[in-house]
Design a protein around this ligand. Structure first.
Ligand code: ATP
Ligand code: MG
Length: 289
């Protein structure tokens, strides 16, 4: 599949409503075709991750942003289901703690970055600082930042800081993939209702989710700004259709695989001397009675 239409071209001004269809499903007629393809993708990802781990030079940071009930959790669960847990870590970012608020806003993300050889997943991220914080200005008011630095150009400044931060990561061998799971407002309503109606899903529902839904348009505008300013050549944004969960998973798995494939990593080979050692060890083992 060609994933170019999902990328936000660097600098582009996009309209989520006009340019990106949450219900898009390419040529897939039904879920079953996609599920088989996803299984292949999950297997491939496990192999690439194993090589990444063996190489221990690159790291992969995957960022998920979305409105509530867009399927972040289940996408992470399905896409990473084949990966060795030792080579993968997931961080979910909630509202910052008192300790975190005592630091600059990237501090907590810095501490959560994946080590070389690993895949790190951010379930929400520092992008909340230009999303929820922008939609609810009272959050910024409560931050410890000096009043003087809370001026009008704070968002523009944060975009630049984020771009520079991501450039820094890429220059240090951390590949950055950013996914926005694009669910429609109608589908979100359906999923909220399902969470209310089905007892096994009740725990997933929070009253605050419905409150945030009332700010839908403000969020969409904030997201459009984020895409315009922070989709860069080194860390582009992918806007993934999210009204069909099976399609979301398939596309995300495929994009991660193709990114890892591009690195063209092979299992590291050992030196002539180490090979000799391997041979000697083999002889010793075989000589045992
Ligand atoms: P789920 O609902 O599936 O468990 P979630 O990511 O929505 O996943 P919640 O605990 O419901 O998790 O919500 C986390 C909340 O924390 C979100 O409303 C998000 O906007 C908020 N949040 C995350 N980072 C920040 C931040 N830097 N400043 C303020 N709020 C933040
Ligand atoms: Mg939530």
């Amino acid at each position: 599949m060609n994933y170019d239409p999902f990328i936000v071209p660097p600098g582009a001004k996009i309209s989520l409503k006009k340019d990106y269809d949450p219900a898009y499903k390419a040529d897939f007629a039904e879920k079953n075709d996609a599920v088989t393809k996803l299984q292949i993708g999950v297997k491939q990802l496990a192999t690439y991750q194993d090589i990444l781990y063996a190489h221990n030079s690159y790291a992969l940071l995957i960022i998920f942003q979305a409105m509530d009930a867009a399927g972040k959790d289940s996408t992470i669960k399905h896409v990473m289901s084949g990966v060795n847990p030792q080579g993968c870590q997931v961080f979910s970012f909630k509202g910052p703690s008192a300790e975190e608020l005592d630091h600059d806003y990237l501090w907590r993300s810095m501490k959560a970055l994946p080590e070389r050889g690993r895949i790190g997943i951010f379930n929400r991220s520092y992008y909340e600082e230009v999303l929820v914080v922008r939609v609810h200005p009272e959050i910024l008011n409560q931050q410890q930042l000096p009043q003087l630095l809370k001026g009008e150009n704070i968002w523009q400044q944060r975009f630049e800081e984020i771009n520079n931060f991501e450039k820094y990561l890429v220059n240090n061998g951390v590949i950055v993939l950013k996914f926005f799971l694009n669910v429609s407002k109608a589908e979100q309503k359906k999923r909220f209702l399902a969470r209310i109606e089905s007892p096994e899903k009740n725990w997933k529902f929070s009253v605050s989710d419905v409150r945030e839904r009332a700010f839908w348009d403000d969020y969409m505008t904030a997201y459009e700004q984020v895409f315009h300013h922070t989709s860069t050549a080194w860390a582009p944004w992918y806007i993934i259709p999210a009204d069909r969960k099976w399609f979301t998973r398939l596309v995300v798995a495929d994009i991660i695989c193709s990114k890892l494939k591009e690195l063209n990593l092979k299992y590291p080979t050992v030196s002539e001397e180490s090979q000799q050692q391997l041979l000697r060890s083999k002889q010793m083992l075989e000589a045992e009675d």
